[in-house]
Ligand binder design. Structure first.
Ligand code: ES4
Ligand code: ZN
Length: 319
């Protein structure tokens, strides 16, 4: 197992079915079934939206600061077992605030989990506040203002949820506000949207990394730019198969081409409670399916630390 940084992980997507059931009972929230295996068996998706519908519905079980603490620490424990030394974790506060949970409780529980994980597991972690693109730019600006009193508790902003129809250009203003605050910037692009979404994220939002980026491969000029500027792509192989954004056979995954093109690509798990594996299982699956050499495996692990938001002196320790 390689030491690695995990840079594309939605904390809400790590809610395992047994935790889901425990929280539903504790908070008196209705679920279609209280059998964890039956819940997991329903996780069959046609595309990104069919996943998001179930995902957002499940998140109504999260009510208290303690719930967020347990969610966060559950992930960090599993990640530590998978060789993760550094995690940069998305959270979607608009979902929770919309469900009536105070922002302070969301970020308070997650921050406490991170402090505990650093102390007891030796995993360094930080939060990235992710905007829900399908709620539009005004809602993004509103949650950003809500988050500002907690500016010291997250290191950057991100953009996720339904991609097609919600291009990066909608979010230019809120990303400029984030830049003015000295926050890091990333965005999902090129998962279902085309290469123009990737270009917009770079040119209009000033992102430092692209989350997914698979469809960038359709544009040779863009591929050359990603390579020359060493712009990282955080790729999620088992997610792509589960959401049918890559061929069902992992041996045809675009990771092969990304490595051959010399792109700064890393392996990540996205929403592991739904997509069938944590980062170690993603790593093992692509290694086997693509027949990756030890050198290629090392490149993927190295790229993850190169792509992480670490101070230069700290990064050298990992590399
Ligand atoms: C997501 Cl895989 C994926 N894509 C876009 N938004 C998301 N939110 C959680 N998982
Ligand atoms: Zn994602």
């Amino acid at each position: 197992m390689w030491p690695t940084a995990e840079l594309h992980i939605h904390i809400e997507g790590t809610i395992e079915s047994d935790l889901l059931v425990r929280l539903a009972r504790r908070n008196d929230i209705a679920l279609p079934t209280y059998d964890p295996d039956e819940l997991t068996a329903r996780y069959v998706f046609a595309d990104l939206q069919s996943f998001l519908d179930i995902h957002y519905s499940n998140l109504t079980v999260l009510r208290t600061e303690q719930d967020f603490y347990e969610l966060g620490l559950g992930y960090l424990n599993r990640a530590a077992q998978a060789g993760v030394r550094r995690a940069e974790i998305f959270f979607d506060p608009q979902t929770h605030v919309g469900n009536g949970v105070p922002f302070a409780d969301v970020i308070g529980g997650l921050s406490a989990a991170i402090a505990e994980g650093e102390r007891t597991l030796g995993v360094s972690a930080d939060l990235l506040l992710s905007f829900l693109r399908d709620r539009g730019p005004e809602a993004a600006e509103e949650i950003f203002r809500t988050a500002m009193p907690f500016r010291d508790k997250f290191i950057g902003v991100a953009l996720d949820s339904t991609e097609v129809g919600y291009p990066p250009s909608l979010f230019t203003d809120v990303y400029a506000m984030a830049a003015a605050e000295g926050l890091h910037r990333v965005a999902h692009a090129g998962e279902e949207g085309g290469p123009d979404y990737v270009r917009e994220a770079l040119d209009l939002l000033g992102v430092e990394r692209i989350d997914h980026g698979n469809r960038a491969l359709e544009d040779p000029e863009l591929v050359a730019r990603l390579r020359d500027e060493r712009i990282p792509l955080t790729v999620c192989p088992l997610s792509n198969v589960a959401l049918r954004t890559a061929p069902a056979d992992l041996s045809e995954h675009p990771l092969r081409t990304m490595l051959d093109e010399g792109l700064v690509v890393s392996i990540n798990s996205d929403d592991p409670a739904y997509f069938g594996g944590y980062i170690d299982e993603n790593f093992r699956a692509v290694t086997e399916a693509l027949g990756l050499t030890r050198g290629q495996q090392a490149t993927l692990a190295y790229n993850s630390f190169e792509s992480a938001f670490l101070e230069p002196g700290v990064r050298q320790v990992y590399l």
